[in-house]
Design a protein around this ligand. Structure first.
Ligand SMILES: [Zn+2]
Length: 70
């Protein structure tokens, strides 16, 4: 699957702490802690949701995550 080269699948094992900390980690820039702007692109044909997040403050912290729709 070619997408695996461009995106990583979400793994909660990468994060630590409880659910609130995980959510904060995912919602805020890891550089300046500003709230990230997130977009979700659904691809129902392939049953995935592509999520990208970018920091409006410093431009860092952008990431791409694929959620597999079950
Ligand atoms: Zn930032």
């Amino acid at each position: 699957m070619a997408l695996e080269q461009d995106f990583r699948f979400e793994k909660f094992e990468e994060y630590f702490g409880d659910a609130d900390q995980v959510k904060k980690h995912m919602d805020n820039c890891n550089v300046c802690n500003a709230k990230l702007v997130q977009t979700h692109l659904s691809d129902f044909k392939n049953l995935i949701v592509q999520e990208t997040a970018r920091c409006p403050e410093c431009g860092q912290g952008n990431k791409k995550i694929i959620h597999v729709i079950n």
